[in-house]
Write a protein that binds this ligand. Sequence first.
Ligand code: ZN
Length: 173
Amino acid sequence: MCDNNRIGKTIGRGLDQYGISVNDRFPVQVQIIPPSRVRREECPFTGEHLSHGEMYPRGLTPRHTKESVYQAFINPADDTRCGICNCELDHQTINMFRHNRREVAYRFCPDCRDYFALMAAVVHGDPVATKVMRSEQTAISYQPVNQITYEPQETVDDIINMAPRPLPVRRLS
Ligand SMILES: [Zn+2]
């Protein structure tokens, strides 16, 4: 099985080297699993603490999710869609999964696969991946509060009057 922790370390180093924030690299994924929820020794999907035994199952590659989450990924209702963002998977990925139903990486689109691996490195305590995952705070360009204005254009009465009226009921002849 592929070692997400090792792949995630490599992804983290690449992003750090080029100064790319996690928001810029994974705009879809950070909306689904916010970086603030990705923490050392915690399942990013349930927020629960992961024991050493859960993270390093004997004879298997390291994990960074609860067993129930892993099982849900590898037993999908629909294996043609990404387990994280729900986009359509390419045929090659679908076929790879159908030939190896324990490989969770085949349940994700390429970007979700990379984000999943980066999460693995953070959960396993890699400092560079953690730094990258925390980079989101500086990357978001907030609109200054004093530029946000709220000018109600319509009164509640206007809105009610704009609502479509029910069609007149025609009698069946
Ligand atoms: Zn995806």
